[in-house]
Design a protein around this ligand. Structure first.
Ligand SMILES: N[C@@H](CCC(=O)N[C@@H](CS)C(=O)NCC(=O)O)C(=O)O
Length: 218
C-alpha cells in the first residue's frame, strides 16, 4: 500500500485526518503540502484527482477519497486494529455519524464563513454575524456533552473531527469556561491525547499565527 495525504497544516479538516493517522499509528504515509493561496488545488492535475478541489485528499494506491470525515472513517475501517474509534454497532455509529455531519454542516461552515474573508479577502476584523455562529456552535457542543467524550464513554472520530474545528474556533472566540464548562473540560481532555499533541497542537499555533498575521496583530 502507498498512502498519500494531500494537506495543509493550518486546515482543520486536514488536522482531523492527521490526528486519525496518529491515533491509528499508520506508518509511512507520504504527505504532500498543497498551498491554496497559490492555487495549487486548482491545477488540472489536482482537480482530476478531486473535482471539489479541497484538502484533505487521500490516495491509497489508486483509490482517491476526499472529505476529512469520509477519509477518517475509511482509515479506521481499513487500517484500524479494531473499530474503537468508529464502532460498527449501529446506534454507536449513528451517534458518531451525527457528530461528524454536525462538524461538516454546522461547525466547519461557521468557522469557514468567519475566517475566509480575513484569510483570502483582506478583511482586518471578523464580522459579528459570523462570531454569533461560533457562539451558537459552542452552545450546541455544551448540550451534546453529557458524557466525557462527544459520542459516549470512549474517544471516537466524533471527538477528533469536532476538536480540530473547535480548537480553531477557540483561537477566534476564546471559549469562556464560566459559560461553557463542559466544552472547556472536553477540549482539555482532547488536548491531553497523544494524537492531539502529534496532529493538532503545533498546527494550531500555525493557524493562530496565520490569523494574527492576516489581522495585522502580534
Ligand atoms: N468538508 C470538507 C471541507 C474541506 C475544505 O473546505 N477544505 C478547505 C481548506 S480548510 C479547502 O480545501 N478549500 C479550498 C477550496 O474549497 O477550493 C472536509 O471535511 O474535508
Amino acid at each position: 500500500m502507498v498512502l498519500t495525504l494531500y494537506k495543509k497544516d493550518t486546515s482543520p479538516p486536514c488536522r482531523a485526518v492527521l490526528m486519525t493517522i496518529h491515533a491509528l499509528n499508520i506508518p509511512d504515509v507520504k504527505f504532500i503540502d498543497v498551498f491554496l493561496p497559490n492555487g495549487e488545488h486548482l491545477t488540472e492535475e489536482y482537480v482530476k484527482m478531486n473535482p471539489q478541489h479541497t484538502v484533505p485528499l487521500l490516495k491509497d494506491d489508486d483509490f482517491l477519497i476526499w472529505d476529512s470525515h469520509a477519509i477518517c472513517g475509511y482509515l479506521v475501517n481499513k487500517y484500524g486494529k479494531d473499530d474503537r474509534l468508529y464502532p460498527t454497532e449501529p446506534q454507536k455509529r449513528a451517534v458518531i455519524d451525527q457528530r461528524l455531519h454536525f462538524d461538516s454542516s454546522v461547525l466547519f461552515v461557521a468557522l469557514k464563513s468567519t475566517v475566509e474573508p480575513v484569510i483570502y479577502k483582506g478583511d482586518k476584523t471578523f464580522k459579528e454575524e459570523n462570531l454569533v455562529k461560533i457562539r451558537a456552535a459552542y452552545e450546541f457542543m455544551e448540550k451534546f456533552l453529557t458524557t466525557p467524550w462527544l459520542a459516549g464513554e470512549e474517544v471516537t472520530l466524533a471527538d477528533i473531527s469536532c476538536v480540530s474545528t473547535i480548537s480553531s474556533m477557540n483561537e477566534i472566540v476564546p471559549i469562556d469556561e464560566k459559560v461553557y464548562p463542559k466544552l472547556v473540560a472536553w477540549l482539555q481532555r482532547c488536548s491531553e491525547q497523544d494524537f492531539f499533541q502529534k496532529g493538532n497542537a503545533k498546527n494550531i499555533v500555525l493557524f493562530r499565527e496565520m490569523i494574527r498575521n492576516k489581522l495585522g496583530v502580534n
